[in-house]
Structure formats: structure tokens, C-alpha cells
Design a protein around this ligand. Structure first.
Ligand SMILES: [Zn+2]
Length: 132
């Protein structure tokens, strides 16, 4: 899907490479196509992966035309400083963070529906393996 909000201005400006990403994208109502507004374009994502979580920014996929909550892309920028710095940056700049649930058994991120076992959240792989 090609969305104008994804277009980045990229320029080489030694000693830097500058990438501009729009903070907002045009949204429209599923009930009134004349109703448009500017909505958030990026979201902070945290994927737990045992002791090596992956976190950074993703583009929001506007689902308002279907009257549904936003979805998002894979990370377009992975943050390599501490997770505390990432959370602090998002909070300071009012960027919402979504943190995936973590499987209490295999410690991986859970990307869709899950059940709960005796130890806590359980991903479908662990459920399929018959863990309790
Ligand atoms: Zn698991």
C-alpha cells in the first residue's frame, strides 16, 4: 500500500543524512467522505523478545475508513539506545506506544489472540505444544 504519509524526504547534508517523516496523515470518516482531519502518522512499538526486546517507530495504517482502530507497519526505525530512553522520548514528544504482550513460556512477543496458562500469557505455538 502506497500512502502519501509514508513518503519521506531524504537528503544528504554532510556530515548527516536527513530523513523527514510526516507526523500526521489525512484521515477520513467512513460515514462522510467530505469529513477529513489530520491524525497521527507514527506509533512507538515495543516487541518483547526474551532479554532482547525490539523497539522503535512504525507507520500507522489508518483504518478509520472502515471504522476500525489503527494497524501499523513493521518498524521503519529501530531504536538502538536503551528502552528507557525510547519510552522517555515518546512520552516527551507525545508519541503513543504499543507494547505487545509477551508469552510467559517462550518469552516471544504475541501478535494476535492468546490464552492464559498457569504461568500467564501463552502464545499459540506454546498452546499447540500442549504447555499448561
Ligand atoms: Zn510461547
Amino acid at each position: 500500500m502506497r500512502n502519501k504519509a509514508y513518503i519521506k524526504k531524504i537528503r544528504k547534508n554532510p556530515p548527516k543524512l536527513i530523513i523527514e517523516i510526516p507526523l500526521t496523515q489525512k484521515r477520513s470518516s467512513p460515514f462522510d467522505e467530505d469529513l477529513e482531519w489530520e491524525g497521527e502518522n507514527i506509533i512507538g512499538i515495543i516487541e518483547p523478545r526474551g532479554y532482547d526486546p525490539r523497539y522503535g517507530f512504525a507507520y500507522r495504517i489508518d483504518m478509520s475508513y472502515k471504522d476500525k482502530a489503527d494497524q501499523w507497519t513493521d518498524l521503519f526505525y529501530e531504536w538502538h539506545d536503551s528502552i528507557e530512553d525510547f519510552k522517555e522520548f515518546c512520552e516527551k514528544n507525545k508519541i503513543e506506544i504499543f507494547e505487545y504482550a509477551q508469552c510467559a513460556y517462550c518469552k516471544s512477543a504475541i501478535y494476535n489472540c492468546f490464552t492464559r496458562g498457569e504461568k500467564g500469557n501463552m502464545c499459540s505455538d506454546c498452546e499447540d505444544k500442549g504447555k499448561k
